[in-house]
Design a protein around this ligand. Structure first.
Ligand SMILES: [Zn+2]
Length: 377
């Protein structure tokens, strides 16, 4: 009936329709949802599905008791502290997804809203499994102010504002997440993928498990090998959460070869610490070697990669060992990597050590084997 009227009327009707049929109460929204592990490349597969967002009281704002999405903040270096982020979030408007109501389900009206809602759901899902992944209760994993999520954030540096694309990040000491713009190079949006956000949440766990125990004045988090190990632990956390063994192969396949941790999958570049110049991701290479060591040891101990309980049990042992490591580690020690690996194995349960020693030696060569004698006997 409306099709016979003027186009202008038709547009006005559809806008009114959206406003008239308000979504009340706990919302359900159609999201991009992680489905399963692709058997060929070990990345994720995804589908659009309606999901009940039980922690949201309204679809109008992506804000619950833990996460708080704000819209296009401009981040300065000085904001990255806890008070800086709190002030930035206070002065930045909430993010409002644009949705239409179809039979009580909120359907994103544009790609950006689809990404925002999907990112929120993925972050909340991972957070709800935080105790499974770490062994720490959620109360200890949650910052006092919750987690700000800077949606489509820009970064200003000396009067130059950079728009970031095709990424997501976690930053400390402010303990916040950044969701950045999409880019045509992405097959699926990186910043809404559950494995990618589980990787970012892994950085938060590394902060709680390793960097916080190192003390407030520690520079360990900035040391090159520690940054690499942080990335590797984050990739292993993505595996523990999802079973995915390559966090990038679904979205950015051409950048993913040095992130694969399962040698039986495609997009896997074989390298060791001694051939690390082959790697294009700098310290990410150290991370991949660490993640491959953990994954290889998990499999060698009989771990089933499809079993969430087994994966997370291993992840809890890894996390549980971190607090014992910092000790006397010095950020500028040339043997920092070796010392970390030694202390890490020493803090792992005895039954896990043989397979771990084997796989750390395969990946790190003399960097590990030179110090491993007493802990791998
Ligand atoms: Zn990372």
């Amino acid at each position: 009936m409306w099709k016979s009227t003027l186009g202008v009327s038709l547009v006005a009707a559809s806008l009114l329709g959206c406003v008239d049929t308000k979504l009340d109460g706990q919302p359900t929204a159609e999201l991009l949802v992680f489905e399963s592990v692709d058997p060929v490349d070990g990345s994720g597969t995804y589908a659009l599905r309606p999901i009940a967002l039980e922690h949201l009281s309204s679809i109008d704002e992506l804000r619950d008791d833990v996460f708080d999405f704000v819209d296009r903040p401009v981040l300065h270096d000085t904001d990255v502290t806890d008070p800086g982020i709190a002030a930035l979030v206070r002065h930045t408007p909430q993010y409002h997804p644009r949705v239409m109501n179809r039979d009580g389900v909120a359907i994103p009206r544009d790609t950006e809203s689809l990404i925002a809602l999907s990112s929120y759901h993925a972050l909340r899902t991972i957070y709800d499994h935080g105790a499974d992944l770490s062994g720490l209760p959620l109360t200890e994993l949650t910052p006092d102010q919750g987690f700000p999520v800077l949606f489509h954030v820009s970064i200003e540096n000396n009067a130059v504002t950079n728009r970031l694309s095709a990424n997501a990040f976690y930053a400390w000491p402010g303990s916040f997440f950044g969701i950045v713009d999409i880019d045509g190079v992405e097959n699926i949006p990186v910043s809404s993928a559950l494995p990618v956000l589980a990787h970012e949440f892994g950085h938060h766990l590394f902060l709680k498990g390793f960097l916080d125990p190192a003390g407030p004045d520690s520079k360990l988090g900035e040391a090159f090998p520690i940054r690499g190990l942080n990335e590797g632990y984050a990739d292993f956390n993505a595996f523990a959460m999802t079973g995915v063994t390559n966090v990038l192969a679904d979205s950015l396949p051409s950048f993913s070869d040095d992130r694969g941790i399962d040698p039986d999958r495609t997009h896997y570049l074989p390298f060791t610490y001694d051939t690390i110049t082959l790697c294009h991701g700098e310290f990410y290479c150290i991370g991949t070697l660490f993640a491959r060591s953990l994954y290889g040891a998990f499999r060698a101990d009989g771990g089933n990669p499809e079993d969430f309980a087994q994966r997370t049990a291993y992840a809890r042992d890894v996390f549980g060992s971190f607090a014992a490591i910092p000790g006397q580690l010095a950020p500028d020690d040339p043997l920092l990597l070796s010392t970390f690996l030694y202390d890490f194995v020493a803090a792992m349960p005895q039954a896990r050590r043989p397979a771990l020693c084997d796989h750390l030696t395969r990946n790190f060569g003399a960097r590990f084997s030179s110090v491993s004698a007493s802990v791998c006997r």
